[in-house]
Design a protein around this ligand. Structure first.
Ligand code: DHB
Ligand code: FE
Length: 283
């Protein structure tokens, strides 16, 4: 991926992600956290920090550097990026332990509510000259008994061919490569879009600094994000990846699963077509 002078800064992406998180309805958790849980979980978390300090003999300069870095994470608005990359995958796996239906994955920081509603056979909003290999994602939404779910919604969003998300990169038009697709009477859909590029954590903010200073890499494999929902069923938040893609085996966000890898086939018309069916369990 090449970066251009139009690339958003980490601070811009971070500020937008913080704003999106604060207004999102995907995270309604008020009232679910009791004082007992706060005490139990925070005590365990601090125990882990204290144990790390002792085990690795953390020094005062290291403690001060950590403090300075944490302040920067807050000031740059990067908490959503940092948490979604390094923590959310574990919460997702715990919450999915006893769930049936299609595999989920992390939501990440870049979902936006209110995307345009589109019919079951559709093309996602894109620029007239949108770069990237044309891609078709087709399939059916069913319940765990195999019954088709008419009118199921597929809220889909993904990065462009340079790895940027609309709403978080000022040079990408609002609503680009985002839509809520309404499946047909047989739960079927056929979405035309372009193949996204791998995503790179912004390198010019504190998360990027951490990754660089630790000698890690800042990449996520190319992916489509989806929330699939139908009234009376548990919505599935997931991501779909591409077979053979870079970083599939070393996702910085640890959010890949073998069940979530598409194998798009070249079509005579030059597009690539992938099939994927979603299975929802009753709520
Ligand atoms: C982040 C970005 C993503 O596109 C994603 O899917 C998960 C996490 C991030 O920058 O935190
Ligand atoms: Fe993403």
């Amino acid at each position: 991926m090449s970066t251009t002078e139009e690339s958003p800064t980490a601070a811009q992406a971070g500020a937008s992600a913080t704003r999106a998180f604060r207004t999102s309805r995907q995270h309604r958790t008020a009232g679910e956290v009791t004082p007992e849980r706060v005490s139990t979980v925070v005590t365990a978390l601090l125990d882990g920090v204290h144990r790390t300090i002792r085990t690795h003999q953390v020094t005062y300069p290291e403690y001060v550097a950590a403090k300075r870095w944490l302040i920067e994470v807050g000031e740059s608005g990067e908490w959503p990026l940092l948490l979604d990359v390094f923590v959310e995958h574990e919460v997702e796996e715990v919450s999915a332990q006893h769930q049936q239906g299609s595999k989920g994955s992390i939501l990440g920081p870049y979902h936006l509510p209110g995307a345009v509603r589109l019919p079951s056979v559709c093309t996602l909003p894109m620029r007239a000259d949108e770069p990237g290999t044309p891609l078709v994602l087709a399939g059916q939404v069913r319940d765990t008994t195999g019954k088709a779910l008419p009118g199921a919604e597929l809220d889909i969003w993904h990065a462009d061919d340079a790895g940027y998300y609309s709403g978080f990169a000022p040079h990408v038009p609002d609503g680009n490569l985002r839509g809520v697709v309404v499946a047909d009477d047989d739960g079927r859909f056929e979405i035309s879009t372009i193949q996204p590029a791998p995503y790179q954590i912004p390198t010019d903010g504190p998360t990027g600094t951490l990754i660089e200073r630790a000698g890690w890499h800042p990449w996520r494999p190319a992916h489509l994000h989806l929330i699939v929902r139908s009234p009376g069923y548990r919505p599935i938040t997931t991501q779909l990846y591409f077979t053979g893609g870079d970083w599939l085996d070393s996702d910085v966000a640890k959010a890949t699963k073998p069940e979530l890898v598409l194998d798009p086939r070249p079509q005579p018309d030059g597009r690539r077509r992938a099939e994927y069916d979603f299975v929802l369990e009753p709520a």
